[in-house]
Design a protein around this ligand. Structure first.
Ligand SMILES: Nc1ncnc2c1ncn2[C@@H]1O[C@H](COP(=O)(O)OP(=O)(O)OP(=O)(O)O)[C@@H](O)[C@H]1O
Ligand SMILES: [Mg+2]
Length: 225
């Protein structure tokens, strides 16, 4: 049996092409990074590699820690491809547009983000396209090409602020939606206690991150974005 059998294309963006298929009979996707014509080929190759390495390394690390990210099954650095578990569901943006969300779901989204932050990983691109909601209504985070290890409050605050700005554009009742996400974010620390030390230090607790987010929001309002 061939390992990978490709099917339909799910996504064609500026950075990546995503194809649905199966890998040893399991439902999978192949994410292929696309060359960026306007960049010098050498620079392009090295940036592509860097992002891919990043995505693979941090996603595997998070999966091992039990955080909600897809399992990575195969990687080809030369071909710039990653094969990973296909998450059956829809991006949060679609769920919000079709009004399929409820309070419980937004709380879960907040918890899923906090799971990354508790493991000292900053997502780096927390858009409602990169949060997948499974058919079982679980929240899974994808697209970790811009993720970083993080220990400073500011970095985590900015991660949440990116999501806040995006929700503002796509959701009429932004305050309520973000409040529910933050409720989940804070609830996970109440359930699990303060975060444990990660390889490079101690991630800050949820309450301090949310306070920092509030400061960032004030700063942005004051300076007009
Ligand atoms: N593991 C997965 N399971 C199901 N769908 C996925 C998975 N990974 C990616 N997708 C789908 O493919 C889309 C693009 O993937 P991803 O976000 O990783 O690429 P990207 O870096 O944002 O690409 P670009 O920047 O070119 O738009 C996602 O928004 C999602 O709909
Ligand atoms: Mg994406």
């Amino acid at each position: 049996m061939e390992a990978w059998i490709g099917g339909e294309r799910l996504h064609l963006g500026a950075e990546a092409e995503v194809i649905s298929g199966s890998w040893y009979g399991r439902s999978a996707i192949m994410k292929k990074r696309r060359p960026r014509g306007w960049r010098h080929p050498d620079l392009d190759r090295s940036l592509t590699r860097k992002r891919m390495n990043n995505e693979v390394k941090l996603t595997i690390w998070l999966a091992r820690r039990g955080a909600p990210v897809p399992a990575i099954w195969d990687v080809d650095i030369e071909e710039s491809t990653i094969i990973m578990e296909k998450i059956q569901g829809k991006p949060l943006i679609e769920i919000l547009h079709s009004k399929e969300h409820d309070e419980e779901l937004l709380i879960k989204v907040g918890k899923s983000i906090r799971e990354l932050h508790r493991n000292a990983v900053n997502h780096g691109d927390l858009s409602t396209n990169n949060i997948l909601i499974t058919d079982q209504r679980e929240s899974v985070l994808i697209d970790l090409g811009l993720a970083t290890r993080e220990y400073e409050l500011e970095g985590f605050g900015i991660d949440l602020h990116v999501l806040h700005e995006i929700l503002r554009a796509s959701h009429p009742d932004i305050k309520k939606a973000m409040d529910l996400v933050l409720k989940g974010y804070l609830a996970l620390d109440i359930e699990l206690g303060d975060p444990e030390p990660a390889p490079g230090g101690l991630p800050p607790n949820a309450e301090d991150v949310v306070k920092r987010l509030e400061q960032i929001m004030k700063r942005v309002r004051y300076h007009g974005g």
